[in-house]
Write a new protein. Structure first.
Length: 569
């Protein structure tokens, strides 16, 4: 249909096959309404419209229909990233600011501003929008950053989603939120008469667990979130008490309208026996902050201990804003994995401490009981990147700059807290020789850093959790003559290849690089500089040997194309 010139070909004749829009312009995007259409010109961001214009919806300052594109005259030099076109109105998202502007008919409030008809106005609220879409008589936008939906205009069918049927002349928030997704369900603090369940949701929601005896019936008892049944949070903790010793229970986790029943099988937990004697209190503590140093709304702090008697059953503590960054867990509550005895600790006992702040990020550290008792451990929520470990030897590298610092013993503890006994030793190459830290023994507890490679030996497949700030810039390493062990840590950027590494090193000094070697499938694979075989790409989180004739500098970038936000998720 082209009765008002909405095809933009300079005529009002209907067309049954595509016709070119007049002007021979290149457009980055288009939007079509019932009687008019508009486009954002590539490069300039200028807005051009054509078709029906009786309410000024073309924005050229007239009410004259146009059969060919006319420039937006009221935009005051503004450029748009995208447009939304309704029946008698047009809206656009401004470049840089993301601010929404609308023009044309406003009889139902579809311009989002209580101003007069037929003119260029800013949508009320000053929000930045990622995108807009227009119906005949209403408009909606996705707010940048939050993803929240805002709508304005005609609402006689409830199309604005605010729970009413009244028209709105300014944006209202959509009231229909998606159900929360539940993750990271963990059982801790299991004793003879109680246990605790913690979990995280992607959006703020109420939380509770439904529990009962594992007798074949559905769990019917309710234990609410520690902070109250009506409170909404993204990190949750609920404790069930008054239980019988050495008895198995089942439970489901509920947040808002979402219930996780473990696929219908329910989650199971068995209480421990009553101990013959009461352990002494033994407080551990520390702090946990957002990456900008501010107080998080809620954080779950998990703690396990490792020693000659194996790995303990886990403890968990909830840190709320009221605790002002401080967490505390009583080591006197530690039990053995079988729950039948107190777990013995000394100052030298290693503890794995991990923190989950939901959207604020995660953190973790492996430290000694002495440090935990002193309260000096400061955790900063940030990015998490697990290093995958296969059975046997693994040549790996960090993909985050760890915060706090992580040592070889910390890598052992943090990994073995997830899979007991998985990691046996962590080895580095230094001064032309191997240096090994055996898990559970004090010697050679060296610090780990991005840009270096490390061998990790495991007995079973596992994941080594690391926390800090995702590495997005390649870490430079100074290489000396002979063998050098480097790590590809960066998660963004153009990947480095084995021949590319040779080229970089030999550009600075011809003949300096001799070969680049990787460890794959339990054996070595080498690329000799200047030859065509084994031209592999370096992967983030993997270590490589580089053999040099003379010194040089290399900044390897891994091929894994992930953002810091993706690493966090």
């Amino acid at each position: 249909s082209n009765g008002y010139g909405q095809l933009g070909d300079g005529t009002t004749a209907n067309q049954s096959a595509p016709v070119a829009v007049s002007g021979n312009r290149a457009f980055a995007s288009l939007a079509a309404g019932q009687y008019h259409a508009c486009g954002v010109e590539a490069v300039t961001g200028a807005t051009w419209c054509w078709g029906g214009n009786w309410n000024g919806q073309l924005g050229d300052g007239t009410y004259t229909d146009r059969t060919a594109p006319v420039a937006m005259a009221m935009a005051e030099g503004r450029a748009f990233t995208s447009l939304a076109v309704g029946q008698y109105h047009t809206c656009g998202v401004e470049v840089v600011t993301g601010k929404a502007w609308c023009w044309g008919y406003r009889g139902y409030g579809q311009l989002g501003n209580p101003s007069v008809n037929d003119r260029w106005v800013a949508v009320e609220g000053g929000r930045a929008f990622a995108s807009l879409v227009a119906g005949d008589e209403h408009t909606c936008g996705v707010e940048a950053g939050t993803g929240k939906a805002w709508c304005w205009g005609g609402n006689y069918y409830g199309q604005l989603g605010d729970g009413t049927f009244g028209n709105r002349i300014v944006p209202v928030a959509n009231q229909f939120e998606p159900p929360p997704a539940i993750r990271s369900i963990r059982v801790a603090n299991v004793r003879d008469t109680s246990f605790t369940v913690s979990w995280v949701t992607d959006v703020s929601a109420t939380g509770a667990i439904r529990w009962g005896l594992d007798d074949g019936t559905a769990p019917a008892n309710v234990a609410p979130d520690r902070r109250g049944a009506s409170g909404t949070f993204t990190v949750h903790l609920a404790t069930v008490s008054g239980l019988a010793p050495s008895t198995r229970y089942r439970f489901d986790v509920t947040s808002g309208p979402t219930t996780d029943t473990n696929g219908g099988a329910h989650y199971l937990v068995t209480t421990g026996p009553t101990l013959a004697s009461v352990p002494s209190p033994d407080q551990s503590r520390g702090t946990v902050s957002r990456r900008d140093g501010t107080v998080p709304d809620g954080v779950l702090v998990h703690l396990t201990a490792s020693g000659t008697s194996g790995t303990s059953a886990p403890l968990v503590a909830l840190v709320t804003a009221a605790e002002v960054r401080e967490w505390a867990a009583n080591l006197g509550n530690l039990r053995t994995a079988s729950l039948d005895a107190a777990f013995p600790v000394t100052d030298a006992t290693i503890v794995a401490i991990t923190a989950d702040g939901g959207a604020d990020g995660t953190a973790g550290a492996g430290t000694t009981v002495a440090t935990a008792r002193a309260g000096t451990l400061a955790l900063t929520l940030g990015d998490q990147a697990d290093v995958a470990l296969a059975t046997g030897w693994n040549l790996v590298a960090l993909r985050v700059a760890p915060s706090p610092a992580v040592t070889a013993s910390g890598a052992c503890v943090l990994t073995n807290a997830r899979v007991p006994g998985a990691v046996v030793e962590v080895v580095r190459w230094i001064a032309g020789a191997w240096e090994s830290h055996r898990c559970g023994f004090p010697p050679n507890d060296f610090a780990l850093e991005p840009g270096a490679g490390y061998f990790v030996r495991t007995t079973v497949p596992a994941a080594w959790p690391t926390w800090g700030t995702a590495v997005t810039t390649a870490v430079s390493r100074t290489l000396g003559p002979g063998w050098n062990l480097v790590g590809a840590s960066a998660t963004l950027g153009t990947p480095t290849t084995a021949p590319g590494a040779c080229t970089v090193l030999n550009t600075a000094q011809a003949g300096s690089a001799l070969e680049v070697v990787r460890w794959v499938d339990g054996g070595w694979e080498a690329h000799s500089c200047g030859f065509q075989t084994n031209r592999f790409t370096l992967q983030a989180g993997v270590g490589y040997f580089v053999r040099m004739a003379t010194g040089g500098t290399l900044a390897p970038v891994g091929a894994a194309q992930v953002s810091a936000a993706s690493v966090r998720r």
